[in-house]
Design a protein around this ligand. Structure first.
Ligand code: GDP
Ligand code: ZN
Length: 459
């Protein structure tokens, strides 16, 4: 059981506007009441009420801050404990003063990062998957990633995992019965039943695992390399996409010497853009380092934007690049569309028949819509909007889902090789445990500590 009370500023410091100091635990109400001057005593106040008053130093009698105090008695609170939230609107110094006063009260100490959420988990208010979603919410870099995390925090994905566990539990119950009444015909029936149930569960697992790649993209962004001969407009494209002048743009071929990375979102799809040095043979040592790095970046990319110059005939280096990129996810961008056309497009399509070709003038910022559409078609079959946003995106979850799946596959195989039913029961149990670990049922203390240590202060 938890005996101590924790407090922290739970809004970002220095943002201005309102700051919330959250207190949670058995001494939250008494502690807050001691420093709160108001018409009503918090000890007598009803749960889920808001009170106006002043935070006052009980020793000096000094009024520190004008506040609104929200009271939520456990278990109907975020942490499941008594919670007091002090809404202060003053600057950083006033808020720090309020927190200092709170921390001087008996039994109240500063919260560790993630400790509020950890208590919510330990008190059974949320499962581990929902707690992890809170981390994702805090970190989400795009609107879409935010929505996905919010759905998970609401427990949408947890419900799917629980339903799956239900299927496996039924299976375990059947096997149990069979072990207790081991007549032969029952065993035959049970084998068929095990296969049926396992296949059912595996089909559901596969559906979830299929969302994993999209989920990963939403969280981490599509690793995107921009490649092409020097001077085709790589840095210019990067600048247009990021709307910042961070990449160096020059007229001298080969001046982008390092790989520059930028995070942008296009129509809600997050991209991690890597601008690479012009890929070509060179004797310049400095430039060669850039070229090598760009080759490495190219290896790890999920998407390659290959730029060609609309204004020049296809160059031997272009052909070589096109051939090198065979089998990769490529979008060909024909840039400098504002200039007269000298590029043999038929030849490009001949070398790379499946790659979408997008015509652009980066200079005039035209063609960006088509580029966005091509990216969304390639990675989400254009259907991102329609999805119900229950993506599995967490590496821990993916590996546990895979583990559950392979346990169920083991069970199926075992029914064919005449392995005794109580051994098959072990496989089913393992699947059940793996699924439980996702929700935090079977998670060990060290795992829980590790997950919650990723939080920032005050959450
Ligand atoms: P990089 O070497 O591939 O990174 O090419 P840069 O982005 O540095 O661009 C090289 C030159 O081409 C610069 O002078 C750009 O202003 C110019 N440029 C880029 N895009 C276009 C375009 O769409 N049309 C025209 N006319 N010039 C462009
Ligand atoms: Zn460049």
């Amino acid at each position: 059981m938890i005996h101590d009370t924790i407090a922290a500023i739970s809004t970002a410091v220095g943002e201005g506007g309102i700051a919330i100091i959250r207190i949670s635990g058995p001494d939250a109400i008494i502690g807050a009441d001691h420093i709160f001057a108001s018409k009503i005593s918090l000890k007598d106040a009803e749960s889920h009420t808001v009170h106006y008053g002043h935070i006052t130093d009980p020793v000096s009698g000094e009024k520190v801050e004008e506040v609104l105090v929200t009271l939520m008695r456990g278990p109907r609170s975020f942490t499941g404990e008594d919670v007091v939230e002090i809404n202060a609107h003053g600057g950083v110094i006033a808020v720090r003063k309020v927190l200092d006063l709170v921390l001087q009260q008996d039994g109240i100490r500063i919260a560790e990062p993630g400790e509020f959420t950890k208590r919510a988990f330990l008190n059974g208010r949320i499962d581990l998957m929902q707690a992890e979603a809170v981390i994702d919410l805090i970190r989400s870099k795009s609107d879409r990633a935010f929505t996905v995390a919010r759905k998970q925090a609401e427990g949408l994905l947890s419900r799917k995992i629980k339903a799956l566990r239900g299927t496996v539990i039924e299976l375990l119950a059947h096997i149990e019965v069979n072990i207790d009444y081991p007549e032969h015909d029952v065993e035959e029936m049970t084998s068929a039943y095990i296969r049926e149930q396992c296949l059912l569960a595996i089909a559901e697992l596969d559906k979830l695992l299929k969302t994993a790649s999209e989920g990963k993209i939403l969280r981490e962004g599509i690793m995107t390399a921009i490649v092409g001969r020097p001077n085709v407009g790589k840095s210019s494209l990067m600048n247009v996409l990021t709307q910042e002048e961070k990449a160096i743009v020059t007229d001298i071929p080969g001046t982008t010497r390092d790989v520059i990375e930028q995070f942008v979102t296009i129509n809600g799809i997050p991209l991690r853009l890597l601008d690479t040095a012009g890929i070509r043979e060179t004797s310049d040592v400095v430039e060669r380092i850039g070229v090598e790095r760009s080759r490495d970046a190219l290896q790890g990319a999920d998407l390659i934007l290959l730029l060609l110059n609309h204004n020049e005939p296809l160059h031997a280096d272009d052909r070589e690049l096109l051939q090198q990129l065979e089998g990769r996810q490529v979008i060909v961008i024909v840039n400098k569309n504002d200039l007269p056309g000298r590029l043999e497009l038929d030849e490009v399509a001949g070398i790379m028949p499946t790659a979408p070709i997008v015509h652009m003038s980066v200079l005039q910022e035209s063609g960006l819509d088509q580029l966005e559409k091509s990216i969304s078609d390639l990675f989400f079959e254009g259907g991102l909007e329609a999805a119900d946003l229950t993506y599995v995106s967490n590496v821990r979850h993916i590996s546990l889902l895979n583990r559950a799946k392979s346990s169920l596959e083991d069970a199926i195989e075992a029914t064919y090789s005449g392995i005794p039913i109580d051994v098959i029961q072990i496989d089913a149990r393992l699947a059940w445990e793996s699924l439980g670990e996702i929700l935090g049922d079977e998670a060990g203390d060290s795992l829980i500590d590790q997950i919650f240590s990723q939080f920032c202060l005050g959450k």
